[in-house]
Design a protein. Sequence first.
Length: 158
Amino acid sequence: MAKEAKTNAMRMLERQKVPYQVLTYECEEFIDGMHSADLTGAPYEQSYKTLVMEGKSKEHYVFVIPIEREVDRKAAAKAVGEKSVDMIHVKDIQKITGYVRGGCSPLGMKKQFVTVYDESVRNFDEIYVSGGRIGITLKVPVEALLKITKGITAAVTA
């Protein structure tokens, strides 16, 4: 098999000398986090999805939450000091983040957004997040993710 090209997320981890594991799966288009976890063998409880939301101020925010949960919009807004937050439109994901739907990683976006991890990440040493391309999942140490993305933790799921 040909060597997979590195994603921005991988390059960012390597620049910071953070050890990570790459899990690949065959997929041509968007599938949800649970299907990705099924294909890679990653445990659901340690697998997280990356959501990009926009506040009333028009600022963008990144929320990293368990794949089996939904974001609590009120709690998410409170965590970032907004009156309200809403999901960005699917057609805007690439323009805002540089990533496509299903390949949106909290690492290596076009710009550094305020990034909030659900407080459940504190239960693990490592979690699984998108690697920046459909078909790539990364297993990354939680503390490194928090440091590199300047992430905070909060209760942001329903």
